[in-house]
Design a protein around this ligand. Structure first.
Ligand code: SF4
Length: 494
């Protein structure tokens, strides 16, 4: 089989992706995380129940067996719902997530774990309509099934509210000529021996980050426009298309001061920028006792507990370092929820015990911590007062870095703690996330916690310990950053 739904969509994004994937698969870089794939299949399986009784065509390596089985079910049933119904026309294969047969007419439902209908989904379903029509089936409806971000679970899951269905029949029908042309282009390019000459463009990052981007930009200088932090992709490609991609050339352009600063620091190896007065003003706004808080959260595409919406941030862990008075000892508290239960109530109760009323709490990028606390306060009215007290007294340790009051070239234009920390402490192994085991970043923490429920006790305990160590490092890193700010502000005073 030559083509599938996903390959067709890759071809729509850029024909060269398919060619490289076939001829040079070893240079591909991972861009899709396993947890994302898992979410997709979980949502797909649940959506099948929207349609009641159905017959599933199980996956087989030999796709022709799936096609034969599909034909048999279709032939034997006047009206039937089939999941993973599989078809092929001239080696262009597709499995339909949900196919509804009503006599001689057929409806296609493509399930997505997203909360909106992306343009690329229309390409996907148009390809399915094309294959089925070419196989001789009369398609009367094509729809996308996706998650309703406004749905909040209360009691049993209500599938008809959790999912939305958008009828895209007209669009899919109007794209049939485009599909035919695209398939022709794909076939042509796949026959080529030599690598297709396709320049980079916005399609390298939309709708998905291309796994071959490093390869296709390998001839650019090491420092180039694609490394400018926070510049819009459209601006980056616009500069690139005008031949302006070297740092030296970008400096001559009318660009934002922060982009210029990033370039100048990296090109000219400038000394650290430390605006002492502003740093002092920031530090003067902090009072003892001083708390350093960091949450870990995870998301569920399908809400498992009450008062949760699809993809809502659910806190399951926090780390809290604190210093009671100037020159006082650094102390630590932490919370990690038991797996398999709604973690929020116990976490909120523990949090308000651990942080006294009226104290200053620092977070790094506090918008996130504040939104988590506000959600908890909205949910548990009896804890609203102490939770909102933490919320209202929170300060953001990111500010001096976001405002570039403290900057050096190693931050590479970023104010994220994952850049700021190694830039301030380049040779401190105790602050190096690479030296942690199993859990090194927020995504891994999220996936690890979500999977704990499936593990044997020994492994579960080991990973719980690793989660604690990871989160502890997050707030310890904040303490070190705060101390560094104190140090640079004091050294200037002497
Ligand atoms: S990086 Fe861009 S040009 Fe290269 S294969 Fe990917 S999408 Fe195509």
């Amino acid at each position: 089989m030559n083509l599938s739904k996903s390959k067709y969509c890759q071809g729509v994004q850029c024909l060269k992706i398919l060619w490289l994937d076939k001829n040079m698969p070893e240079i591909k870089q991972d861009t899709v995380k396993d947890s994302v794939l898992d979410t997709g299949s979980e949502v797909g399986e649940l959506a099948r129940n929207l349609f009641g009784r159905h017959i599933n065509i199980s996956f087989q390596i030999d796709l022709s067996k799936m096609i034969e089985e599909t034909k048999k079910v279709i032939d034997e049933n006047e009206n039937v719902i089939i999941t993973e119904a599989s078809f092929s026309y001239q080696n262009h294969f597709c499995s339909v997530d949900i196919l509804k047969k009503n006599g001689n007419s057929y409806e296609i439902y493509e399930v997505k774990s997203s909360t909106k209908v992306e343009d690329i989904y229309l390409e996907d379903i148009s390809y399915q309509v094309y294959v089925l029509r070419k196989c001789g089936y009369s398609i009367t409806k094509a729809s996308i099934v996706y998650l309703n971000s406004d749905y909040e679970r209360v009691g049993d899951l209500e599938l008809d509210k959790l999912f939305k269905i958008e009828d895209v029949t007209k669009i899919a029908f109007s794209k049939q000529k485009e599909v035919e042309d695209k398939i022709e282009s794909i076939e042509k390019i796949m026959k080529k021996k030599e690598e297709p000459d396709i320049p980079i463009g916005m399609y390298c990052v939309e709708p998905y980050d291309c796994p071959f981007f490093s390869y296709c930009t390998r001839n650019l200088p090491e420092k180039n426009v694609f490394q400018i932090r926070n510049m819009r992709n459209s601006s980056k490609f616009s500069f690139y298309e005008k031949g302006i991609f070297k740092y030296e050339d970008l400096l001559k352009e009318d660009i934002n001061e922060k982009y210029k600063e990033q370039i100048e620091y990296e090109l000219f190896d400038k000394k650290d920028k430390i605006e002492v007065e502003d740093i002092k003003t920031f530090l003067d706004g902090l009072t003892y006792p001083l708390y350093f808080l960091d949450f870990e959260t995870y998301q569920q595409a399908i809400p498992m507990y009450d008062y949760i919406k699809p993809y809502m941030q659910i806190p399951f862990q926090y780390s809290l370092h604190y210093i009671e008075k100037e020159g006082g000892k650094l102390k630590h508290k932490e919370f990690l929820a038991k797996e398999g239960i709604d973690p929020r109530r116990l976490l909120a109760e523990q949090l308000v015990k651990d942080i006294p009323l009226g104290v200053c709490t620092l977070a790094y990028n506090m918008r996130f911590e504040k939104s988590v606390i506000k959600n908890l306060a909205g949910l548990y009215k009896d804890l609203e007062k102490p939770l909102m007290d933490i919320h209202d007294n929170m300060q953001d340790l990111m500010i001096p870095f976001k405002d570039r009051k403290y900057y050096n070239r190693k931050m590479q234009g970023s104010f994220s703690i994952k850049y700021v920390l190694p830039a301030l402490f380049p040779n401190d192994p105790s602050l190096d996330y690479h030296n942690l085991e199993d859990v090194h970043n927020g995504s891994e923490a999220m996936a690890t916690f979500a999977n704990l429920v499936n593990l044997e006790e020994e492994e579960r305990n080991h990973l719980r310990y690793r989660l604690l160590k990871y989160c502890e490092l997050d707030t310890y890193a904040m303490v070190k950053i705060w101390q560094k700010l104190l140090e640079v502000s004091e050294s200037e005073e002497k």
